[in-house]
Design a protein around this ligand. Structure first.
Ligand SMILES: C[S@@+](CC[C@H](N)C(=O)[O-])C[C@H]1O[C@@H](n2cnc3c(N)ncnc32)[C@H](O)[C@@H]1O
Length: 505
């Protein structure tokens, strides 16, 4: 592996060219591109980039002192392919759709930062094509929630020669999405996953983009039981590059951590997350509470009202329930009635129009519902399923709320105000309702050692935020010492006065 010339670049470069979000094109920063190219460019005379953009990987190849290696790039955008960078000999780029019309040959070295297009932005015709593509390559379909980048990954792996190497930079959902189990089963059985590079928040390759990036270094060879798992803690450091150039042999670094990780464990945990001992967790949140998502109104604009709107519309209290909508509206770990009144003063909506469908409705409401009809609400996806269309979802008031997406420390909130949460929150219902248990459970859940585990059940974003779906929050591991510290296993008096003994899970 060759040396890098003028490798260190100033971070100001980010603003100039690498963070052009135009057309969803996120350019790979040089310190990451150099590392990825260093990995694939061993034992090859050609490097292929199927989504070459403005040539971040070609630029990296030029810096490596190996003039005999040529570059071949494809992209669907004429404008980027006209970039001056490609005016070199040993370089060939062409306009070509890598998904619909891939090159009819295999490669020894493939490197890419594929277009990150989420599934809901992919049209139906393309989806059918993608389904067929994954079926023909992997022998199985991939869950429809996989984005475009996943198919790029599969297509590229399929074009990798025996002993060829591939380096892809991908969003973390590649290891966290619904589809990822099947995807990694296929990859890990067919290929050798040599290395995975993850990035600390401080070192995110795409600052200002809420995506947690991850680099996969894969060889078309017999699978190995272990892999090198790397955490980069500082951007624009040469440590990553030097590690790859040493073929993972160098050990002492200041800005990266490298561990050897079991393939099986990495796949079960998700490579975007740190190593976990899966046998180590005895307790999970659903041993102590049940979780449901907050109320989905179908139209907050119509159903979720401010005090002023309530007054102007003349809606009486019996058709209203106190509610909170935005995570930002709850700043502390206890939500009191006073806080809700403050929100009300700030003209934030706090009243949910709650009609159960059998009530006789006063004129004020009937008139307001006519506005909803004019807005076309009865035909909206979620609302359509309700009869009548304005019937509101029901929830018991949850003693605890969980902020569904966030990076703050307090994610569990004691609902002293007795409000109903909308979808910005999850409802947490402790198995016992007495104050002592609810208090202790809340403290146990907000303990840093418990919150740390949110990463294991959630989806991570570049900013350090973690999003947790209702089904997964129940699986949140609660460390044994926390269960002990907050005495969560001791007998509690139930509402009927009976003594209930906690049963070991
Ligand atoms: C995330 S950018 C990466 C560009 C460059 N390799 C880099 O890392 O800076 C992805 C590129 O893929 C291109 N692209 C999108 N769909 C494509 C397709 N079906 N086939 C080939 N290229 C595509 C986009 O135009 C864009 O330039």
């Amino acid at each position: 592996m060759g040396k890098v010339k003028s490798h260190q670049k100033l971070p100001t470069e980010w603003n100039e060219r690498e963070i052009l979000r135009n057309k969803g094109q996120f350019w790979t920063p040089s310190w990451v591109a150099d590392t990825m190219v260093a990995y694939v460019s061993e034992n090859t005379d050609l490097v292929f980039d199927p989504a070459s953009g403005r040539g971040a990987f070609y630029e990296a190849l030029l810096k490596i002192d190996k003039p005999k290696i040529s570059f071949y790039g494809t992209d669907i955008d004429d404008e980027v392919l006209a970039d001056d960078i490609y005016n070199h000999k040993n370089c060939f780029v062409e306009k070509r759709d890598f998904i619909k019309n891939p090159p009819e040959r295999k490669f020894k070295a493939i490197v890419a930062n594929p277009p990150y297009i989420r599934h809901h932005r992919i049209n139906e015709d393309t989806k059918i094509h993608l389904k067929k593509l994954s079926e023909s390559i992997t022998g199985d379909t991939i869950d429809g929630r996989a984005g475009y980048h996943i198919y790029f990954f599969i297509q590229a792996l399929n074009l990798l020669e025996q002993d060829g190497k591939l380096a892809f930079i991908m969003p973390a959902d590649t290891c966290e999405g619904k589809f990822s189990k099947n995807l990694w089963k296929w990859i890990s059985e067919k290929f050798c996953i040599e290395g995975v590079i993850t990035f600390d928040e401080k070192a995110t390759p795409f600052p200002n983009v809420d995506t947690n990036a991850i680099v996969f270094l894969i060889k078309n060879a017999k699978p190995n039981k272990t892999l090198h798992w790397i955490r980069a803690n500082e951007a624009y450091s040469t440590d990553l590059f030097n590690l790859i150039c040493s073929d993972f042999k160098l050990q002492k670094f200041e800005t990266i951590d490298v561990i050897s990780r079991q393939l099986k464990e990495g796949i079960a945990t998700g490579f975007s997350r740190s190593e976990q001992n899966h046998n180590g967790f005895k307790f999970h949140l659903n041993d102590f509470a049940n979780v449901m998502r907050g109320i989905a109104t179908g139209s907050n604009e119509f159903f979720f009202l401010t005090a002023l709107q309530v007054k102007e519309l003349g809606i009486s209290k019996e058709f209203l329930k106190r509610a909170v909508g935005r995570t930002k509206d709850v700043t502390e770990n206890i939500l009191t009635l006073k806080d809700v009144e403050q929100l009300e003063k700030a003209n934030r909506p706090t009243f949910l129009l709650s009609i159960n469908g059998n009530d006789k409705l006063p004129d004020a409401i009937t008139n307001y519902l006519k506005v909803g009809v004019e807005m076309g609400l009865p035909n909206r996806a979620l609302i359509q399923q309700r009869k009548p269309w304005y019937k509101m979802e029901k929830r018991e008031v949850p003693p605890l709320l969980f902020a569904y997406l966030g990076r703050r420390n307090t994610r569990f909130i004691k609902n002293e105000a007795g409000v109903l949460p909308l979808t910005g929150f999850l409802c947490v219902y402790p198995i016992y309702n007495d104050k002592e248990f609810v208090d202790k459970l809340c403290q146990a859940l907000n303990h840093p050692d418990t919150l740390e585990n949110l990463k294991l059940v959630g989806k991570s974003y570049g900013s350090g935020a973690v999003k947790v779906e209702p089904g997964n929050l129940g699986k949140l591991p609660i460390p044994e010492h926390i269960v002990k510290l907050f005495d969560l296993k001791r007998p509690y008096k139930t509402a009927t006065g009976q003594l209930e003994i906690f049963r070991e899970p």
